[in-house]
Design a binder for this molecule. Structure first.
Ligand SMILES: CC(C)(COP(=O)(O)OP(=O)(O)OC[C@H]1O[C@@H](n2cnc3c(N)ncnc32)[C@H](O)[C@@H]1OP(=O)(O)O)[C@@H](O)C(=O)NCCC(=O)NCCS
Length: 150
């Protein structure tokens, strides 16, 4: 039997974890998906809450962020770590953070190929397809029950 893939997901802040967050996003969005550099680094990272996934060796393998307006974005898992539950674990952490902040709904702009990933967590597409950074996207929303931080 193959060993389960070990990883951790933690909340992160830009000033502390910038290098690790940048490394994953540069590899996935800029190198792999050819997103223009100036669109990727949009100046909204300082104000966001981030999540960072690391493998058992401590290497950064996943990122995501929650903007102050309740929008989730920059969901990226390193190619070799996909399909092992990392994206789902990061999304759950971002949803928990959104609940703690009192949001009753979260929104994201999903690359069309990833629609099924978000649908598994209950997100519903609320727009037609549009291009962002040359990549087809649809807006998705999820109603959440607000829960104050303990
Ligand atoms: C989309 C992405 C974040 C998903 O992360 P991941 O770690 O591979 O996903 P997980 O392993 O946690 O998958 C969770 C579930 O979603 C499903 N899933 C994952 N990617 C999917 C996809 N593209 N379409 C449909 N279902 C998908 C998995 O099969 C799994 O289902 P299961 O629980 O029934 O087994 C990852 O593929 C990625 O980084 N892609 C490149 C960057 C990108 O396109 N980001 C999205 C920007 S909107």
């Amino acid at each position: 039997m193959s060993k389960p893939f070990e990883f951790s997901v933690a909340r992160a802040l830009w000033p502390h974890d910038e290098a690790a967050l940048r490394a994953v996003r540069a590899a996935v969005f800029i190198d792999e998906q050819r997103v223009p550099i100036e669109l990727e680094w949009d100046g909204r990272d300082h104000a966001s809450l981030h999540v960072l996934a690391r493998n058992a060796d401590g290497a950064a393998i996943g990122t995501g962020r929650l903007l102050p307006d309740g929008k989730i974005g920059r969901m990226a898992v390193s190619r070799e770590a996909r399909g092992k539950g990392v994206g789902l674990a990061m999304l759950r952490e971002l949803l928990a953070a959104a609940r703690e902040r009192g949001f009753t709904e979260v929104e994201l702009s999903a690359q069309t190929h990833a629609l099924g990933f978000y649908e598994k967590s209950g997100f519903i597409a609320v727009s037609g397809e549009y291009l962002d950074a040359g990549i087809p996207h649809r807006t998705m929303r999820l109603a959440i029950v607000a829960r104050p931080a303990k």
